[in-house]
Design a protein around this ligand. Structure first.
Ligand SMILES: [Zn+2]
Length: 179
């Protein structure tokens, strides 16, 4: 993996993380396809489970869902890498669940965030194919987290109890105790 394909991450405080992103107008544009390639390299390098375009400085409605983040999220099970363009998400249930989230743009901390447990996602992939899929539990959570980035929302905004913010160090201990 060559270093020139790694994109710099924007972090909390960067205005782009608070902007509503614009739809991708032409998926087949060379710049868009190059951006996708670089985001794929970057999310793998950072061991994220997802990466949205505003997190690499592009205010576009595009994100990656990646199975590479298992070390950051031991209970995550994403089977394949997905490139999600101009998504529309609707909840399949009113049922919510709270679980730990982190964000590559908010390093060092985790928070317990309530989200609906089932969603239907309609989106275009990088080939311009229209996909409609249903996702549940932790994978639905990743989609909702990444989709929030396209609307200028971060996980901290979704928390109902700010006392449920912990450090990465304490988060790792939660899983050590399980074993
Ligand atoms: Zn994030």
């Amino acid at each position: 993996m060559s270093k020139e394909n790694l994109l710099e991450l924007t972090e909390l405080g960067s205005p782009i993380l608070r902007q509503k992103a614009k739809p991708v107008a032409n998926i087949f544009d060379d710049e868009v396809q190059r951006l996708i390639d670089k985001m794929l390299v970057t999310v793998k390098h950072e061991r994220g489970v997802g990466l949205a375009a505003p997190q690499v400085g592009e205010s576009l409605r595009l994100f990656i869902i990646s199975p590479e983040g298992k070390q950051r999220y031991p209970h995550c099970h994403v089977d394949e890498t997905l490139v999600v363009i101009n998504p529309q998400i609707k909840p399949l249930t009113n049922k919510t669940d709270s679980d730990w989230e982190g964000c590559l743009s908010i390093p060092g901390i985790r928070g317990k965030v309530p989200r609906v447990t089932g969603i239907e996602v309609s989106y275009l992939n990088r080939l311009g194919e229209h996909k409609i899929e249903q996702y549940f539990d932790f994978v639905a959570r990743i989609f909702l987290h990444e989709n929030d980035h396209l609307d200028g929302i971060v996980f901290l905004d979704r928390m109902s109890d700010p006392r449920k913010i912990i450090t990465d160090k304490e988060y790792i201990k939660l899983f050590d105790d399980d074993e």
